[in-house]
Write a protein that binds this ligand. Sequence first.
Ligand SMILES: [Zn+2]
Length: 286
Amino acid sequence: MVAVAIVVFVVGCADPAARKIPVVSVSIEPQRWLLEQIVGDKMEVRSLMGNGGNPEHYEPTFSHLANLEKSVAYFQVGNLGFESAIMEKVQANNPDLPIYCVSDSIRMILDTHHHDHHKDSEECLAYDPHTWSSVKNAKIMAANMLRGMKEVDADNAAYYTRNFITLSHKLDSLDLMLTEKLAPVCGGSFIVWHPSLSYFARDYGLTQLALGMENKELSVEETRSLIDRARSAGTTVFFIQKDFDRSQAVAITDGLGSDIKLISINPLAYEWADEIQVVADAIAGK
Ligand SMILES: [Zn+2]
């Protein structure tokens, strides 16, 4: 009777649901979605930054950084403001933590973002960090994630590769669907507050007209000239992020004419592909 009880106890402990699985870290939620498709049930994926906030000025909390220290690897987006701010500390505290940049080999866009140089109050061009707004880029990001996972957990390399192939097919069909949907409006344009859709615009031959650049708001003259440009381009949508003051956007759309639709988007959503489809549907006028 005692022996049976012990056997049940031992089996209970071996229950895979009760087993702690290793943690792997990413910077933002869209990356968490992507990496989860690859690691399946072998790893738990955690984001340093939750839903909301601005990735260019975000500061991870102490507990976020502590999670990172328990991770088997860290996949950063690359070029995100908060990543460079924590990098030194992360490397000093975890000299053995493998760190991968998932935007490696993406053709970067250089004319939408600026670095501030506080000393001489000069600005210089910086890479646009919003690489995840593009399905084509997401495929490259996934390939970089696969490469990293095969290195840190070689035992499961075949499993990760199989998942990656399934994900690749999913991304290819999403890209094809978006290409078809946006073909009739190719050459068109849309307005955003922060330039977070540059790579999306490039993929489908669209022009992104950004009203805000980094922290800097446009002057009245700059706004007016942008409104004129948007009018002559026949722009019908204006995407705002949930942290953006809606009344300010309404004032701008009033200047543009009543046919401009204000649409709230969250470029940092976990359901990343759904967000992209909201953007595409709005531009396609669906
Ligand atoms: Zn940005």
